[in-house]
Ligand binder design. Structure first.
Ligand SMILES: [Zn+2]
Length: 84
């Protein structure tokens, strides 16, 4: 249990570090809560858990931040700006 918590904390730090590298907010709507943000990249690591380390190892390749709302609404494809 404790180990789990430690790993989650580690992942959180990695993710926040990576998000900072990409401007800290959703490319489409400006959402800046890191919990909701994900990365859109051309390439992807085999293991999704490795995403943040992978980005770092690749020297922060071109990627966009997208939040869960935009992801669900397909803004990543249509590039629609939400009214918020
Ligand atoms: Zn968004």
């Amino acid at each position: 249990m404790e180990k789990n918590l430690y790993q989650r904390e580690y992942q959180r730090k990695r993710k926040q570090e990576a998000i900072k590298q990409y401007g800290g907010k959703c490319h489409y709507c400006g959402e800046n809560r890191w919990e909701l943000l994900n990365f859109q990249t051309k390439e992807k690591p085999e293991n999704k858990i490795q995403m943040y380390n992978w980005l770092k190892k690749k020297g922060w390749p071109k990627a966009k931040l997208i939040c869960q709302n935009c992801n669900r609404l397909g803004c990543g494809r249509k590039a629609v700006k939400l009214g918020r």
